[in-house]
Design a protein around this ligand. Structure first.
Ligand SMILES: [Zn+2]
Ligand SMILES: [Zn+2]
Length: 775
């Protein structure tokens, strides 16, 4: 078991396929997400010994399992994982992989079924039923479409290699990992070569099968292959091509079918048969025929032009089993499995290997510990599969021409350089070639050593962790209304750019010059657009969203916004009518929510005069001021309630200020006086004629009370003796809003905000009332 990794630490943990070819299985962990790559078996071993080291990791933690392709060393332990362990994750593969996988594993169950072993334990990994049950739970993915499973995003890309083979680019919280699986960069007869994903990767997990070896050019290999086969059959020999049932076998058949069609005479006019001894392959040809659209342009064109399927071969016949085979003369036999461990290919090998005119041609990659690998040593005898005590002489020719669809060193290096990941983890290679590849890569990237771009290469063994530290990568995504805001800003910017461009062309110079100055003042060349919103971090999906406050609930319904309600109660020693009257003076029309004594209507009826006998102290008066502020007056208590906010706070402050001064205000005394006539409705201009400078100061004081520090009084002469008519100005600045008031004339000189203007006008009018002489 390995510990839960630290949150910014990426962990690679190989359960198989590290420093070996076979049983590929890798675990990736980052930000508490767990991705499993492949679930293969080792072709050289049987039963439980062939499995990756599943006991070394708690498979219950795995979120998703991605299968790169259908080969047994990448996929054959999948039913075991799904049916026999505590694995609960989701499994993904491409459509062709799933289509072939079904047939392939059914065959695998049959071929490897060894029943009860000598130890008395049932060594079968799984049954047909396990296979069928797990099959339906496998999900398929399309190439180039990104799937998101709880914050793990992954995309499949073409890997070449075999039909359906995929590379996976996995992204977790901004960290990108590319897993190549088995891949080829050579354009062959039916497949596209591996793609380079468009976005970069931080970590590259890459196969190293051929290490630093170089493939001979494809044409040479094809010529060698056909010549060797041709000369062998010409002298009456038989040729065995052990192949993996699906994948490279189809490529070889395309080569041979074409050669046979081109050389009918030399090959005895169809007298030298080509057999493909694989029941499985015959069944699966329909899959190849179905997925022609996923192959390369060349084969698609052939299919389109000839209207015949290139996978319907003219010169190749299928053999269900050896009983059907009439072994009379020279022939070519493609038979699986490719490593000659058991099955048909092994049966044919044992039958043909004693004769020296026969040829065994190995075209695939031979895994260490298998019969195919053993044959390369040209042994004198081989053991019989039926009776290991019996040895069979080996006199046949053994040749190897690789058509294994894996990159060679040059192809691998070019691809690795294109990916330009700074961390490279080597998998799927025997220790020696892998070690050589590591050295070659390190010397290739030697110039990056010690720099920020240093390339690190790892070749861990199975069950040895690789830990990499990454700084959290944070990119916020704008969501909802804020996007419109950004686009508006961008449009403004673009307009300014246009203005600038026109100016350069010299059209309407003066006007455009002005435009240019504006642009420079507000937004310099390439200046960033500033928007504000709430940054929401979704820990589950690693999304970082910038949302405007009003959008928050829509896009993140799990989040709630907190609304602060404020309440303040002040003691008042005056009648409700008076409070109402003062507030009306200040704020204009006020909505009456509750008024049993009907005092507010009386004030209206009396045209602003205050009737002094309507109020009953127990009756509640509830008012709504400027839509958000609620005032409740009962007995001698006045309670102001409002939702916290820049404007509401300021308005609430003025309401409280009015409440506190209402009983002592001269206007109150005046207003409550029965003998008062309507001087209070004098026009401000008239008032100015009769007011000394102290009046201005009184009104200014009122403004100071209302607006606090945002209000500044500017008296030109600055002394009490200033004469009337001289400029006395006041400026109110609230954020971007500004109002300039001429106190001498009691009027607003300048104001860029209508709500502010309304408020100032009301205070001016109230001030005029206030300073009007008492009757
Ligand atoms: Zn493969
Ligand atoms: Zn492989």
């Amino acid at each position: 078991m390995i510990d839960q990794p630290r949150s910014n630490s990426f962990t690679f943990f190989g359960l198989g396929g590290s420093n070996e070819v076979g049983r590929s299985c890798h675990i990736l962990q980052y930000k508490n997400k767990v991705v499993m790559l492949d679930a293969g078996v080792h072709p050289a071993y049987q039963g439980y010994a062939s499995l990756p080291f599943y006991d070394e990791f708690d498979l219950a933690k795995v979120d998703i399992l991605l299968i790169s392709h259908f080969h047994v060393d990448h996929a054959a332990s999948l039913p075991y994982v799904m049916q026999k362990t505590n694995f609960q994750g989701r499994v993904f593969m491409t459509h062709p992989t799933k289509a072939i996988y079904r047939w392939l594993l059914r065959d695998f169950v049959r071929v490897t079924s060894i029943g009860v072993s000598s130890t008395g334990k049932d060594e079968n990994l799984y049954t047909d039923e396990d296979l069928a049950e797990s099959f339906d739970r496998i999900e398929t993915v399309d190439y180039h479409s990104t799937v998101d499973v709880g914050g793990i995003k992954f995309t499949a890309f073409h890997a070449g290699h075999v039909l359906g083979a995929a590379m996976f680019q996995i992204e977790i919280a901004g960290l990108r990992v590319l897993f190549t699986g088995d891949y080829s960069r050579e354009l062959d007869r039916h497949l596209n070569s591996a793609e380079v994903p468009p976005s970069s990767s931080d970590v590259l997990i890459v196969e190293s099968t051929f290490g630093t070896a170089t493939h001979e050019p494809r044409v040479n290999r094809e010529r060698k292959l056909t010549q060797l086969i041709h000369s062998t059959v010409s002298r009456g020999g038989r040729v065995l091509l052990p192949v993996f049932a699906l994948g490279r076998a189809q490529e070889l058949m395309l080569i041979l079918d074409e050669y046979w069609s081109q050389h009918p005479e030399e090959l005895g006019g169809g007298q030298v048969p080509i057999y493909y001894a694989s029941n499985l392959a015959r069944k699966c040809m329909s899959v190849f025929q179905t997925y022609v659209n996923m192959m390369n342009d060349d084969i698609r064109r052939k299919f389109r032009d000839s209207q015949t399927n290139p996978f319907v071969f003219k010169n190749i016949s299928y053999l269900k089993n050896m009983d059907e085979f009439q072994d009379f003369g020279p022939s070519v036999m493609l038979a699986s499995p490719g490593m000659l461990q058991s099955g048909l290919s092994r049966e044919v090998l044992e039958r043909w290997c004693p004769e020296d005119k026969n040829l065994v041609l190995i075209t695939g990659y031979s895994v260490e510990g298998t019969m195919a690998k053993f044959l390369m040593l040209e042994p004198d005898t081989i053991p019989s599969i039926r009776n290991p005590e019996v040895t069979i002489p080996r006199r046949c020719q053994i040749e190897e021409i690789s058509f294994a669809a894996h990159v060679d060193f040059q192809e691998n290096l070019e691809f690795i350089e294109k990916i330009s990941a700074s961390n490279i983890i080597l998998v799927h290679g025997e220790s020696n070639p892998m070690g050589r590849l590591k050295s070659a890569l390190l010397s290739n990237f030697a110039s990056t050593k010690g720099t920020d771009e240093e390339v690190h290469v790892y070749n861990p063994r199975n069950c040895v962790e690789v830990n990499l530290e990454f700084k959290g990568i944070k990119i916020a995504k704008a969501v909802g209304n804020i996007v419109d805001e950004i686009q508006r800003e961008e449009a403004v910017e673009a307009k300014k750019e246009n203005t600038h461009a026109l100016k350069i062309e010299g059209i309407d110079g003066a006007k455009k010059m002005q435009g240019k100055e504006e642009r420079e003042l507000s937004a310099g060349e390439g200046e960033e657009i500033v928007v504000s919103g709430i940054l929401v971090s979704d820990e589950k999906n690693f999304d970082l969203n910038l949302v405007s406050l009003t959008d928050l609930r829509e896009h993140h319904n799990e989040l709630s916004t907190t609304v602060l309600r404020e309440r303040q109660t002040v003691h008042v020693d005056c009648k409700k009518e008076l409070i109402y009257w003062h507030l009306c003076q200040m704020f204009g029309d006020i909505e009456v929510l509750e008024d049993k004594s009907n005092i507010t209507n009386m004030i209206k009826a009396e045209d602003g005069e205050i009737p002094m006998n309507g109020d009953k102290p127990d009756d509640k008066l509830v008012l709504q001021i400027m839509s958000d502020i609620k005032l409740t007056v009962m007995d001698n208590a006045a309670t102001v309630e409002w939702t916290q906010g820049l404007i509401s706070d300021a308005v609430a402050d003025s309401v409280v200020a009015i409440l506190m001064s209402v009983d002592s205000s001269p206007a109150s005394v005046k207003m409550t006086s029965k003998t008062c006539d309507r001087h209070n409705h004098q026009h401000p201009e008239e008032l100015v004629q009769q007011s000394p400078i102290w009046k201005v100061k009184q009104i200014a004081k009122l403004f100071k009370e209302q607006f606090g520090d945002t209000f500044t009084l500017m008296m030109n002469k600055g002394d009490e003796d200033s004469k009337e008519g001289e400029d006395v100005n006041g400026v109110i600045t609230i954020g971007k809003n500004m109002a300039r008031i001429n106190f001498s004339q009691l009027k607003i000189e300048e104001c860029n905000s209508n709500p502010l203007k309304g408020r100032v006008e009301q205070i001016l009018s109230m001030g005029a009332d206030l300073v009007a002489p008492l009757c």
